[in-house]
Design a protein around this ligand. Structure first.
Ligand code: COA
Length: 151
């Protein structure tokens, strides 16, 4: 398992660059409701993996987001560890359900215990989150694919 450190405000620019290469959403990364962890290469110091979640106002629901592995390190189990880690930290904070959006990596999330869900159910459970608000405002919500699992 990679060593994960809580991302601080000083990391956010670099995290944004890393996530945009992975083609993931950048909204609200510096918000207190978005919990992010990063792993850096011990030699170069560059970010090689990120994981996190955004919580609902009542903390019952967690929107898993920003799970990404540097392209050259994919396929070796790091992504699964990152997903588990985000879910465990959400459980520790009181979450009972995990949700996420993923158009491309559905099979990866199914292996992590997620099943297909309705985007409207996700948007209802996590209405206050930056990602849901962004996707609602831009109309992207209807093109998204939602996933859900019990924690
Ligand atoms: C999705 C991602 C995090 C997976 O990381 P990874 O380190 O390659 O994942 P793992 O090696 O732990 O893969 C676990 C399993 O899922 C499978 N898998 C991984 N990515 C997959 C994908 N995109 N589609 C189908 N299966 C996938 C692997 O083959 C592996 O299967 P196995 O257990 O039968 O061997 C990585 O591809 C990534 O960073 N993608 C870009 C960002 C992204 O889409 N994140 C998800 C949305 S938050």
């Amino acid at each position: 398992m990679l060593k994960l450190a809580r991302a601080t405000n000083a990391d956010i620019v670099e995290v944004s660059e890393f996530l945009s290469i992975a083609d993931l959403t950048l909204s609200g990364l510096d918000s207190p409701s978005v919990h992010l962890w990063i792993s850096r290469d011990e030699t170069t110091g560059r970010i090689i993996a990120t994981t996190g979640y955004e919580s609902s106002e009542d903390s019952e629901h967690a929107l898993i987001r920003s799970v990404a592995v540097a392209p050259e390190l994919r396929g070796g189990g790091i992504g699964s560890d990152l997903a588990e880690s985000a879910m465990q930290r959400a459980v520790d904070a009181g979450a009972k359900q995990a949700w996420l959006f993923s158009r491309r990596s559905g099979p990866f999330w199914q292996k992590a215990g997620f099943s297909s869900a309705h985007t409207d159910d996700l948007a209802g459970a996590l209405a206050s989150t930056h990602q849901v608000q962004l996707f609602t405002e831009t109309g992207q919500l209807e093109h998204e694919v939602a996933w859900n699992r019990k924690l």
